[in-house]
Design a protein around this ligand. Structure first.
Ligand code: C2O
Length: 551
């Protein structure tokens, strides 16, 4: 067991993008923040110190945190926030995982500028299940607001309306040449002919699923959410906020000195189409000494642009996600639960709440925008759920009665579809230790057209099925893939459709599940599972560390 000790300072720093300078919350003064590197099996000890005027927590997105829920990080779920001037040590062991994950702030919208990659290397001497790349590097997508993002979200909450959209998408913090005054702020990847590069793609954007492509090159997908997949090759991929995707990019034997755009654009949002000043671009640059004649030939070439799908290209997204399969080999088995102890159906979607008396709401018909699962819009408590559960002081903090079916049944063919009803509450769904769970999530798609990237803390799950329209509980399960479904921690509930996942509840604690579109989380598209301890000592939640912050 190797200990990796890391010291992270949450501090203000200035940055200039799109010709404007702002002061923002960062980790160690960087955005994206530092890359954390560990090996499978290592213990990671991260001391986080809060030097800013905001409360903060950090979350290690996708790390299983087996029995160490205290280190998971979502504010008011597994811990109270780290207050100004305080520190907290996140202590966890990386068990049975290797690949790309990421870390981010998990309170309000601070993850807009507080995020970074996590790279988990395989155990010593264990190779990748594909030829080793010449080089590997994180490629992190983000969003940039010229305004202070805490003001953006506060404004949205106070008006009950949708928040302003960001001013730019970024690659490793850089908007790239298609945006106003950003030519100098362009991510460049220099490659050598004939070499293979592994890009560790991370979508850290707040509110947009993204298409990504590199002109004239293909991408071979080898891993998602730190789980290997059967390799497949595409020209373009889609990645949702929260998700990570490792791809191999093989440089061609020719093109020395030529440049190619790599770019990303949103799948579904209120933004214009591709290749305008809302598209983030980076440059793939072939290094190689050139003869003078080759140099003049290359100089005459245009900068190659990739072809990205149009907005709302749901067929493309379905096609891509259907290609994802677990390796399911002896070395990397797919431990798909073959039988189910608890079966649940959740509706997932947007809705509205009546406008509170002290507000003027700018949502539809003067309402307040909301979002819900099974019609419950989750309200964060003012004391942390895990602490309340552990100490037995849950009264007034949460109720263990999350509805196991929608409060108002949903039917696409109903007239009118009536599932935008929303009630507020702090409700947990209780699972016995080791229950094998099947959850179908049905998008209600009444307001807005986009898929919801649902993220489950504390577990990986298998995506055993997906489809469009109403989920058919009689006929659809027969088509489930229980052999090699993809295993991940964040899945898109398809726009206008459903997705079915299975997981084994073998991790005691309180585990958040929410849409990773930050605006939807803010509106209440979140809930939490309470997984009880097992009967054996090694099936119990460990006691909290002594420095666990208090509310
Ligand atoms: Cu990446 Cu609950 O978050």
């Amino acid at each position: 067991l190797i200990d990796r000790s890391i010291d992270l300072q949450v501090q203000m720093a200035n940055a200039t993008r799109l010709c404007a300078t702002k002061s923002m919350v960062t980790v160690n003064g960087q955005c994206p923040g530092p890359e954390l590197v560990a090996r499978e099996g290592d213990r990671v000890v991260v001391r986080v110190t809060n030097n800013v005027a905001h409360n903060i927590t950090l979350h290690w997105h996708g790390i299983r945190q087996v029995r160490t829920g205290w280190a998971d990080g979502p504010a008011y779920v597994t811990q109270c926030p780290i207050q100004t001037g305080q520190s907290y040590v996140y202590n966890f062991t990386v068990t049975g995982q290797r690949g790309t994950l990421w870390w981010h702030a998990h309170i309000s919208w601070l993850r807009a500028t507080v995020y970074g990659p996590i790279v988990i290397l395989p155990k010593p001497g264990v190779p990748y299940p594909f030829p080793a790349p010449h080089k590997e590097l994180p490629v992190v997508f983000g969003e940039w607001w010229t305004a202070d993002t805490e003001e953006v979200v506060n404004q949205a909450v106070q008006t009950g309306a949708g928040p302003n959209v960001s001013d730019a998408f970024t690659i490793n913090g850089l908007p790239g040449p298609l945006y106003n005054c950003s030519a100098q702020d362009t991510f460049k990847l220099k490659v050598k002919p004939r070499k293979t590069y592994m890009l560790r793609l991370i979508n850290a954007a707040l509110n947009d699923e993204l298409f990504f492509s590199v002109a004239n090159h293909t991408l071979t997908v080898v891993e998602v959410d730190a789980v290997y997949v059967k390799p497949f090759t595409v020209e373009t991929l889609v990645i949702s906020p929260g998700q990570t995707t490792n791809v191999l990019l093989a440089a061609k034997p020719y093109y020395p000195g030529a440049n190619f755009y790599m770019s990303a654009a949103p799948y579904s949002t209120a933004r214009p189409g591709t290749f305008d000043n809302t598209t983030v671009a980076g440059i793939l640059e072939y290094e190689n000494p050139m003869s003078a004649s080759a140099a003049s030939f290359v100089k005459g070439l245009p900068l190659f642009r990739p072809t990205l799908p149009q907005l709302n290209d749901t067929d493309f997204v379905t096609n891509f996600t259907n290609k994802l399969r677990s390796l399911a080999t002896a070395q990397y088995p797919a431990a798909v639960p073959q039988s189910v102890d608890r079966r649940f159906f959740f509706t997932v979607g947007l809705g509205t709440l009546p406008c509170p008396a002290n507000m003027t709401c700018q949502g539809p018909n003067g309402t307040q925008m909301a979002a819900a699962m099974n019609n419950v819009s989750f309200v964060l408590p003012s004391r942390a759920l895990l602490q309340s559960h552990f100490t037995g002081l849950s009264t007034g903090v949460y109720a263990p009665d999350f509805p196991v079916a929608p409060l108002s049944p949903f039917n696409y063919t109903g007239t009118p579809p009536n599932n935008t009803n929303v009630a507020t509450g702090t409700k947990l769904l209780v699972l016995p230790y080791n229950a094998s769970v099947e959850l179908v999530m049905q998008d209600t798609s009444i307001l807005g057209i986009e898929s919801h990237p649902l993220h489950l803390h504390g577990f990986n799950f298998f995506v055993v099925g997906q489809g469009f329209g109403n989920y058919d509980a009689v006929n659809d399960p027969a088509k489930f893939n229980l052999v090699d479904p993809v295993e991940r921690n964040t899945v898109g509930v398809p726009a206008g459709g459903w997705v079915a996942i299975r997981f084994l509840a073998d991790n005691p604690g309180v585990w958040f599940m929410h849409c990773h579109l930050e605006v939807h989380t803010t509106w209440g598209l979140r809930m939490a599972w309470l997984v009880l301890d097992g009967s054996q000592p090694d099936q119990k939640l460990l006691p909290p560390p002594s420095d666990l912050p208090k509310c």
